[in-house]
Design a protein around this ligand. Structure first.
Ligand code: NAI
Length: 699
């Protein structure tokens, strides 16, 4: 049952009941239509209330039905709304907690609306690259005005019911209940009060105009183009609302909205956003760790190392109200780490992003120590000390001695073998990798590294903890670089080859930034510090002595150009500024190195640059998937979107490869393998990719 029907005196109440947010799935839609039928057939019923059970009026479409036949099956939402509008008895929406998307469109179809205070009201379809497709763009401007409606539709952001109710002249709510608790009773009384009112009011009959007409819509179009340059949906939202003001007949406006909606459904940008919406939810599911796996309690956290990562990691827990104890080797290091945390919070207070009392509350949750014994009662300890196996060994042996039984022992290592780290303890089942990204208090991605022995309940617990601290967690198996850094190494190698063959760093960055990356590989190197890659390449030279790569990055480091932190890297930086200024000396070094290889520079197209950089990610990802390092293709997309600035409108490297067509991607790889300057072995399409191409399938 997903909509219940009851009669209270002379008012019928239809209660949507489809947990968790009363999504408007087929059974719920049918339940509403059935309820309306019963109420109309019952002479004793004078009015009807539609409300939602539990924690929502309705959150809109039922995501479980997305993309299935059920989502379109009759009665669809248009039919339900038409049935309400045509109902001979007054229909009152009793709105509370959450009223979003199709839920708000349903309410707008009702004759009257009574809202509880504290309800979040939104049309968030734009966040999936769509627009409200069941009359939202036509009805909302009629009740709150064109500008307010357009703001809500273009931003997708929720607005509180009491704010809307306070706006003079608004017609969205006929009444604001005194409290959520009194809503049911007040809605019943309201329904009784309008039982005999005829004709029944309909939002569709209200006028819809903007005093500046076309000029306003042109202004709005320019605004949204600037804000959402890679996404077509916001501009189409403007078109749809403009249609509401232009068409004389309401149904013609509805038809225009429908056409725009269908157009957006087929755009790659909307496909990318819908893919990511599901990918992010799917990432928290681990195939062999059922959702009901018991979790350990995490009430107190310990962080070891108060350096770049340790401080940011600690802040995540303080922000979530979880006490943290931080350990260092020396008092000075602790003081420095504590100072950085304070500075971070103080800058948030100065920018009014954090209230001063909240800052104090958070700092009060933080304690520091130099003694391992003080960590003993922590439920989770995260190590963020130097990236050196010897140091990790000392730390984990000590943790094994002092930590209480059942505590989770986590490492933030970005490259080291987690299984070896676990072997330093007598409890490898309790050891897991928690690979935060820098800055750890800002970046959303968390790679959860699963060792051979990591226990299921440890994985279930850290996934739940990740959610609590608002991270998007993706599980990775153990390998050098895990998912993200292993892929980016190949991307970096391609960037280097492109220099050797004729590009400048600026040309490479510009091409990939035009594709949509937040930052090209060379600007990113300067930000992260070119010395980090230098150290990795030195290690690689020992581990994989034959591996081909461009020496330009090493030469750059030999010039002392470590990046932004020293004011010069691939580019120059003015003090305190982040603008990358191309440097003639660097370009000379690149040209001389090219000459030393005996290469004549060749003109390389932006298309080739983008393909080589992006497909290098795709091919490595295919190996990662095949080896079982990642559980699913969508996990890899999530890693790249949330951790590496891959353009959101492209959906992640594998989703993008699907869009291009895997046959085309594999063909391009085979072409690149012919290039004598490149690594022919790397460009052999991964076996998984070859198989998918042969079977006509996608990632
Ligand atoms: P860092 O050098 O800034 O900080 C390390 C801190 O650990 C220092 O304050 C040091 O005094 C302390 N420390 C060293 N040995 C210790 C010991 N035995 N006991 C207690 N404290 C000790 O290093 P960073 O960048 O914070 O890196 C830490 C870990 O995080 C490394 O494993 C690194 O690979 C990883 N990581 C670093 C990222 C980055 O962008 N910096 C990103 C993701 C992971």
């Amino acid at each position: 049952m997903s909509a219940e029907y009851q009669v209270h005196g002379d008012v019928a109440v239809i209660t949507l009941n489809n947990p968790p947010v009363n999504g408007l799935g087929l059974a719920t839609r049918q339940g509403i239509v059935d309820g309306l039928g019963k109420a109309q057939a019952d002479a004793g019923v004078k009015a009807i209330v539609i409300t939602g059970a539990g924690a929502a009026f309705s959150g809109g479409a039922d995501i479980k039905e997305f993309g299935t036949d059920k989502s379109l099956a009759e009665p669809n939402l248009h039919t339900v709304i038409a049935a309400i509008e045509q109902c001979a008895k007054p229909v009152v929406a009793a709105i509370h907690t959450v009223c979003m998307g199709g839920g708000l469109e349903l309410a707008l179809g009702c004759h009257y609306r009574v809202a509880a205070p504290g309800c979040s009201v939104a049309l968030p379809e734009v966040k999936l690259g769509l627009l409200p497709g069941a009359g939202g763009t036509q009805r909302l401007p009629r009740v709150i005005g064109v500008e307010a409606a357009l703001n809500m539709i273009v931003s997708g952001e929720p607005v509180k019911s009491e704010f809307i109710a306070s706006v003079p002249g608004q017609k969205l709510f006929d009444k604001l209940a005194a409290s959520p608790e009194s809503l049911a009773e007040e809605a019943l009384a309201f329904a009784q009060s309008v039982a005999d009112t005829r004709p029944l009011p309909l939002v569709r009959n209200l006028p819809c105009k903007h005093p500046q007409g076309e000029a306003y819509f042109q202004f709005a179009r320019n605004m949204v183009k600037g804000m959402a340059k890679n996404f077509p949906a916001p501009a189409k939202c403007v078109d749809a609302v403009e249609a509401a003001t232009k068409h004389k007949k309401f149904d013609d406006g509805l038809a225009a909205e429908r056409e725009l909606f269908i157009h957006l459904m087929w755009t790659p940008e909307s496909r990318a956003l819908r893919h990511l919406f599901f990918a992010e939810r799917a990432a928290s599911k681990i195939p062999d760790v059922p959702a009901d796996t018991p979790k350990r309690e995490v009430k107190k956290v310990a962080v070891i190392g108060a350096g770049t990562m340790g401080g940011g990691i600690a802040m995540n827990f303080l922000n979530a109200g979880i006490p943290v104890v931080m350990l260092e080797m020396k008092q000075e290091a602790l003081d420095r780490g504590l100072g950085t945390i304070r500075k971070n919070y103080e800058s948030q207070v100065a920018k009014k992003k954090l209230k001063a009392d909240k800052y104090e509350q958070r700092m009060a949750l933080l304690s520091t120590t130099l003694a391992y014994e003080d960590l003993a009662d922590a439920d989770l300890v995260i190590e963020a000390v130097f990236e050196d196996m010897g140091v990790k060994e000392q730390v984990f042996k000590k943790l094994d001695e002092v930590m209480k039984s059942g505590a989770i022992l986590a490492s933030n290592t970005s490259t080291l073998d987690l299984n070896q780290i676990a072997s330093f303890t007598k409890r490898p089942q309790d050891v897991v990798g928690l690979h935060f990204f820098s800055p750890a208090n800002v970046m959303k991605l968390l790679e959860v590294v699963r060792g051979d022995a990591t226990a299921h309940d440890v994985l279930a617990t850290v996934m739940a903890v990740a959610k609590k601290i608002r991270k998007t967690a993706v599980v990775s198996g153990v390998c050098d670089g895990f998912i993200g850094n292993r892929m980016i190494e190949q991307y970096g190698r391609q960037a280097g080859f492109l220099l050797d063959e004729g590009c400048t760093p600026h040309q490479v960055d510009k091409a990939i930034e035009k594709f949509g990356f937040a930052m090209g590989p060379f600007r990113m190197g300067d930000l992260a510090g070119n010395d980090i890659g230098w150290a990795i390449r030195k290690r690689r030279a020992v581990e994989k002595p034959g591996m081909k790569y461009s020496k330009t990055a090493d030469l750059l480091c030999e010039m002392g150009r470590f990046g932004q932190k020293v004011g010069k890297g691939w580019y120059d930086y003015a003090p305190g500024k982040r603008d990358a200024i191309p440097n003639a000396e660097v370009e000379k070094m690149v040209a001389e190195h090219r000459q030393s290889l005996g290469l004549a520079p060749r003109k390389i197209s932006d298309e080739e640059i983008v393909q080589r950089l992006v497909y290098s990610l795709v091919n490595e990802a295919a190996h990662i998937l095949e080896e079982g390092i990642a559980n699913k293709a969508s996990d890899i997309d999530v890693v790249y979107i949330f951790g590496y600035g891959f353009p959101v409108h492209r959906g992640g490297p594998l989703s993008y490869a699907n869009e291009v067509g895997l046959f085309n991607v594999a063909q391009a790889m085979k072409r690149f393998a012919q290039n004598p300057q490149d690594d022919a072995a790397f460009w052999q399409p991964a076996p998984l990719l070859e198989r998918l191409v042969a079977e006509g399938r996608q990632f």
